[in-house]
Design a protein around this ligand. Structure first.
Ligand code: ATP
Length: 511
């Protein structure tokens, strides 16, 4: 089997997504809009299955987590109190010549040092091979300028670490020439809008850049319903918006995306590190349960000196995407910062009276925050596979197969009559389709040769195929009547099963 893990894996996934109706560029007929994506018929199903799995495991199957759907536009004071108005910024750099914009921490540069002397600078954009690419560029630079002497190894730094006197000497990633990059400046990533008919300062509101603030703002209301006791969590799934400077890597970094976040409130004197660990492990196991191999996941602990002052610790679960190891899920221990901020700004107390401990305190919080789109991309990257399978004439050909976990596959089973011009086969196949449909997503397909129909389903990750043939009709003897071929996607193994047994066989395997 050829596992496709090469650099062109991303291209193959993007093209499969478009061809088969998973993901399209938004507003494509108008040339597209950068950082926005549409989910087509199969993409919607996949996304919904991811969301539903998360919701079932995170909320419905637990006693200590409840759900919330707060509004996307909230009172602007929410974002002042949370620190987003003042500090939700990325360092932005402009190239004055090309008019392109970059995030400072995504531009990497190094001095080119020959015999201990700086002879120039080289630049690359963030990638998996920053040091190697800079080294190659430094060698080319030295050769082109015909500089003699010993080239020292490059020392990569990102542009936010550039000294003011270095900035004019660092080449722009757009033009390759120095002199056009501006010093980094803070760019607030919140989208602004106006609420009501007036378009003045007093009407400014924001599209939420995270769902988490909804949980903090409604914490009191949920507490007052009397349903919850510390420790407990509030979970929410919903759209978030960030005016990212450089949206990229397909759906990995977009300007409109969906988050699944949960705020877990614990006692002020509870062992936060224990809960932090608990949620990191929970998230990791959950990812594995939807088909992401544990071997593709790793943990990154944010260094203490880079944490916000209130944060006790943040660990990111990282996934090995084709474009590098990147953050998939952030699990942050946020102390009592958010509730305290909202208590101060709103004048509403956020304390919890702990019956068991007979004391009042502002709870501390552990926050696992993840993007649906990043999970979806990680799932597609994990599932994409190419192997060899025989075509109709027995000739081996490359088969593209999405080895999606049956739990999240958009279509669970495809039902095929062997021939479409035999009414008895079609009728029987439609009966099988109708038998399964109330319990799972079924795709009925009677067009083209059976091998082709299998391939089409392999490519979109359908784990099972059921074929109705002449044996089903009892033409080869009564013992095979009302049996069908059940084909398994990954092994391509086929077995003969009774129609009356189908549901019992399939249901436990797709749930
Ligand atoms: P990054 O450093 O990659 O910008 P972040 O640390 O700002 O991410 P958080 O604010 O912790 O991200 O958001 C929580 C989760 O939301 C992330 O782990 C990621 O899964 C998702 N997410 C954040 N920004 C985006 C985006 N622009 N597009 C898609 N998903 C996103």
């Amino acid at each position: 089997m050829v596992e496709s893990n090469s650099a062109d894996l991303m291209d193959k996934i993007v093209s499969l997504c478009k061809r088969r109706g998973f993901i399209f560029q938004s507003s494509e007929i108008y040339g597209g809009i950068n950082g926005f994506w549409d989910y087509g018929p199969l993409g919607v199903e996949l996304r919904k299955n991811i969301r539903d799995c998360w919701w079932n495991d995170m909320v419905r199957r637990r006693d200590d987590v409840v759900g919330l759907e707060s509004s996307i536009i909230m009172h602007p004071k929410v974002w002042e109190a949370s620190g987003h108005v003042g500090g939700f910024t990325d360092p932005m750099v402009d190239c004055k010549v090309s008019k392109q914009r970059f995030r400072a921490d995504q531009i990497f540069f190094s001095a080119v040092v020959v015999d201990g002397k700086i002879v120039g600078y080289v630049t690359v954009l963030e990638s998996e091979r920053i040091a190697e690419e800079l080294q190659e560029k430094a060698e080319t630079f030295k050769r082109k300028k015909a500089i003699q002497g010993k080239l020292e190894p490059v020392q990569p730094r990102d542009f936010s670490e550039a000294k003011p006197e270095e900035i004019p000497l660092i080449p722009s990633p757009a033009t390759g020439e120095p002199g056009s990059l501006t010093p980094p400046r803070a760019f607030n990533m919140m989208f602004e809008t106006y609420v009501g008919p007036l378009r003045d300062e007093s009407a400014v509101a924001y599209l939420r850049p995270e769902t988490a603030q909804g949980m903090f703002v409604d914490y009191k209301a949920i507490l007052d319903t009397g349903r919850v006791k510390i420790p407990f969590g509030i979970a929410q799934v919903g759209k978030s918006f960030r005016n990212e400077i450089t949206p990229r890597n397909f759906i990995f970094r977009s300007r409109e995306f969906e988050q699944m976040e949960m705020e877990y409130f614990i006692a002020d004197d509870d062992d936060w590190a224990k809960w932090h660990r608990y949620w990191i492990d929970w998230c990791r196991e959950w990812l594995v349960s939807v088909g992401i191999p544990a071997s593709a996941l790793s943990e990154y602990n944010h260094p203490k000196e880079k944490l916000a002052f209130y944060s006790k610790g943040t660990t990111d679960l990282m996934f090995k995407y084709p474009f590098g190891v990147q953050e998939l899920w952030g699990i942050a221990a946020r102390g009592d910062y958010d509730l305290t901020q909202h208590a101060k700004a709103s004048g509403q107390p956020m304390e919890y009276f702990d019956d068991a401990k007979k004391k009042r305190y502002v709870p501390h919080v552990i926050e696992p925050a993840v993007g649906v789109d990043r999970i979806l991309l990680a799932i597609l990257c994990s599932a994409y596979c190419e192997d060899q399978a025989p075509d109709e004439k027995g000739k081996m050909e490359t088969r593209v197969v999405l080895k999606l976990h049956p739990r999240i596959a958009p279509i669970k089973v495809a039902v095929f009559p062997l021939l479409k011009n035999k009414p008895e086969l079609v009728k029987k196949a439609q009966e099988v389709r109708d038998l399964l449909r109330p319990y799972m997503t079924v795709f009925y397909d009677e067009a083209s040769a059976i091998g082709r129909r299998y391939r089409r389903q392999d490519e979109v990750g359908t784990p099972f195929g059921v074929t109705i043939d002449f044996d089903t009709l009892g033409e080869k003897g009564p013992e095979l009547a009302d049996t069908v071929t059940l084909r398994e996607r990954d092994t391509m193994k086929q077995e003969r099963v009774k129609i009356s047994d189908l549901l019992g066989i399939l249901l436990p395997r797709v749930r």
